[in-house]
Design a protein around this ligand. Sequence first.
Ligand code: SF4
Length: 333
Amino acid sequence: MEIVKLSHYPFLTQTVQYVADMGTPVDNILTLRSFDITRYRARSRVLQAVHGEIQHDDTVNFTVELLSYPVARILVSCLDDAFLTRRYSLAEAKYAYHMMKQENNEVLQEIGEDLHIVASVTESGLFDLHFTDYIRGAVGLRSIQWKLINRILHSGYVSITKEEYARLLQEAVRARIIGVLPLNVPDEFCQALKNYLLEIKSTVDVSRTEFDEAGFGNVEPEHFPPCIVHLLSNAQGGINLAHSARFALTSFLLNIGMSVDQIVSLFNVSPDFNEEKTRYQVEHISGSTGTTYKPPSCTTLITYGNCYGKDKLCESIRHPLTYYKRKKTGPAK
Ligand code: SF4
């Protein structure tokens, strides 16, 4: 791959080797004035990730962009916060996806080889993957379109579009990044970055509690049953929910009075987020087709493995909506 592209894909083996060959000591990058811009770009990378999307910065040069990635990983590792780690990994992967979609086939294949999801390009421009590579790439993607059963297999190979291949690679990038975080970082590194760490920590704390304070209207999240709290915090932390979990969460939130818009924005950080599709699904559950769906009962939630953190009140109810109503109004006299 051309050197100039390496800063777009800092997680690749070739890029890591290139940075190692530069021989710049990490403590220089973390302390010298000459690396101020690099540290600042790393800080922006992490803060933007907390808000959901890393923006390309035209004002920084190749070296700054390249070195800002290891510094960003150090920042994330110093804070060692699962919520931040998930959001950061997802945002870096989405950033890479944005770049990958614009690449030619050869570059995309090169990235795929490094991520062990190898593809060949057919005459019609599709990407052919061995089904084992396909499964490995699609394992974190819950949407029904990614199930192998919905793909045509020919001699053990699956054909997908270039955009779908880039999407599989995005998931592999996310898995690679999150798989090694947090790094084992010496205390003096964190000490050198302490001002940035304070800023990032307070941004993370605000972002984490947004789910408690913003967007719920008259809804009272402190009265949610433990299963819904668990599903919601996973969705907000960027974890992909299984279909049954997503349905349980969405139907619960609709039934207690949240709007379609409010719910769509809650899902805005999940790896599979696609506004149009999410809106369609939420609207469907809300009854736009004439059928209003009730959330599943506790028995169904238990069957699908979506009952988490049962508490004392759970012992006397059979439905998460009953839990919410009881908590809001107190026990029946
Ligand atoms: S018992 Fe019901 S309400 Fe309680 S956590 Fe399990 S599924 Fe949710």
